[in-house]
Design a protein around this ligand. Structure first.
Ligand code: 13P
Length: 253
């Protein structure tokens, strides 16, 4: 059975006091409302150890927003998979569209990162999704196919089962414009069928595929009700406990 997950990507937001406050609010909420979906957060890297201290009993998963494609050495500013493993992080977001856009990250680099994460017992949340131009040109299925195949299809059957995929149409991120539940479902089913073709249906049915892009408290339930949508990767609405807890509630329901 695949996992249901609500993950919050905090991006480059919050000072340390604010970060600690939100971490504690999430912990408190989860203790009061222990539901059946997994709750993960991806705060800025410098707060990961703080999260690790607060979440010692593992009610909330702790993820980096990125990690290096290199193992170790002279790569100023980078954080390695081994470092994340050594602090007990649960995984890392890989290939977010903002990394692709502002840091020219490619599917080939994502492939290296995903493999490296798995080698260090980290769960990769691999992001894909088309731009507005690509969707307008009717290219969205092909774009997502290429991103999925190039970054993931060198993995073994056992490895791909450990990957979480996040479909995040670039045009829906931070814009307030959400993919309709039907648009999202179409791509999620497409991704699952690609995995099924390559690895078999049983494996495809084990892979959690999250939707990301302007998920809010008032649209979460409708999005999560789609058969191939296993949860969400949330940006803006993960930055305050009121909205984030409502989104968790929508998946727990
Ligand atoms: P928003 O929820 O702010 O649109 O961001 C989505 C996202 O990029 C999560 O990784």
């Amino acid at each position: 059975m695949r996992k249901k997950i609500v993950a919050g990507n905090w991006k480059m937001n919050k000072n340390v006091i604010e970060a600690q406050q939100l971490m504690l609010q999430i912990l408190h909420y989860r203790k009061e409302n222990p539901g059946n979906c997994a709750v993960w957060i991806a705060p800025p890297a410098m707060y990961l150890l703080l999260a690790k201290d607060l979440y010692s009993t593992q009610q909330v998963g702790i993820f980096a927003q990125d990690m290096s494609a290199y193992k170790s050495g002279a790569y100023t500013g980078e954080i390695s998979a081994e470092m994340l493993e050594s602090i007990g992080a649960d995984g890392a977001i890989i290939g977010h569209s903002e990394r692709r856009q502002y840091h020219n990250e490619t599917d080939a680099q994502c492939n290296i990162k995903v493999k490296l994460a798995l080698d260090h017992n980290l769960t990769p949340i691999y992001c894909n999704g088309e731009t507005l131009e690509q969707r307008k040109a009717g290219d969205h299925l092909n774009v997502v196919k290429k991103q999925t195949e190039e970054a993931l299809f060198t993995l073994s059957d056992e490895e791909i089962r450990k990957v979480v995929i996040a479909y995040e149409p670039v045009w829906a991120i931070g814009t307030g414009e959400t993919a309709t539940p039907e648009q999202a479902q179409e791509i999620h089913a497409h991704i699952r069928s690609l995995i099924a073709k390559k690895y078999g249906q049983k494996t495809a049915d084990e892979v959690s595929i999250l939707y990301g892009g302007s998920v809010k408290a008032d649209n979460a339930q409708e999005i999560f009700s789609q058969p191939d949508i296993d949860g969400g990767l949330i940006g803006g609405a993960a930055l305050n406990i009121t909205d984030f807890s409502k989104i968790i509630e929508a998946l727990d329901a």
